[in-house]
Ligand binder design. Structure first.
Ligand code: SAM
Length: 237
């Protein structure tokens, strides 16, 4: 009998690793993912009562940070993985956030929202998994109001410097092996390959511009192991 892997990066693939996702994430990033998400929330420069869309919300960490750092905010967390959302739902209930964060099964490539309906949108470690990235970027540009911000966090292989070299070794050799060991799943080999295959920051920023976004800043975090992209819908798009 052969065990087939779900399409790589898809919601079904994440269904398989949902239960151990938070724990493995924390270990593999040495807990740095917590600070990266908070940095992304600050970059949104939200007002008093913003409505924010968190795409590829997974187990909900970024949606939770937005709600906690902005007590007037309401957040929609969208993801195709039912199992990831089930973990998110438990976390929201524990933290008393169910009235401010709603969870929706959906695809970043086709958002069930009207033009300009959101004050901001985010996607953390998710755009890498979306088959048509430009389409998802266009959707973000469409649903966020003029002047609202879009923050994207994504991992990459640092290309330069001593610490870049250390991070590259970590990504190529430690992530797939330790990920498999901690999660009991083969999916972490995909994680490493998808990080290595993600375009360099300047190339991805160009794709964002082509998709109708005005890129405000591209910030390397932790020696470029992660990059924060901050944008707003382009006025002439
Ligand atoms: C690495 S997890 C990131 C979860 C969360 N944002 C975080 O910060 O930990 C990637 C998520 O992307 C989701 N995903 C995969 N394909 C997607 C798509 N087409 N649209 C939206 N999310 C997608 C997966 O289901 C998974 O929950």
């Amino acid at each position: 009998m052969t065990t087939e892997l779900a399409p790589l990066g898809s919601g079904q693939m994440f269904d398989h690793i949902a239960r151990r996702y938070d724990f493995v994430n924390r270990v593999l990033s040495f807990g740095m993912d917590l600070g990266w998400r908070k940095r992304a929330v600050r970059s949104l420069q939200l007002g008093e009562k913003p409505r924010v869309l968190d795409l590829a919300t997974g187990t909900g960490d970024l949606a939770i940070d937005i709600a906690r750092m902005h007590p007037g905010a309401t957040v929609v967390g969208l993801d195709p993985s039912q199992e990831m959302l089930a973990i998110a739902a438990t976390k929201l209930a524990k933290r008393g956030l169910t009235d401010r964060i709603s969870l929706v099964v959906g695809d970043a490539q086709e958002l069930p929202y009207r033009d300009c309906e959101m004050d901001a949108a985010t996607i953390a470690f998710g755009i890498r998994n979306v088959p048509d990235r430009k389409r998802a970027l266009r959707e973000m540009a469409r649903v966020v109001r003029p002047g609202g911000r879009i923050a994207i966090l994504e991992l990459g292989e640092p290309r330069r410097g001593f610490f870049g070299g250390v991070a590259r070794i970590h990504c190529r050799h430690v992530v797939p092996k330790l990920g498999a060991l901690l999660s009991g799943s083969r999916e972490y080999a995909y994680l490493q390959r998808s990080i290595a295959a993600f375009p360099p920051p300047e190339e991805f920023a160009t794709m964002m511009q082509e998709a109708g976004l005005h890129v405000i800043e591209v910030v390397p975090l932790s020696f470029g192991a992660c990059t924060l992209y901050v944008a707003t819908p382009a006025e002439d798009a």
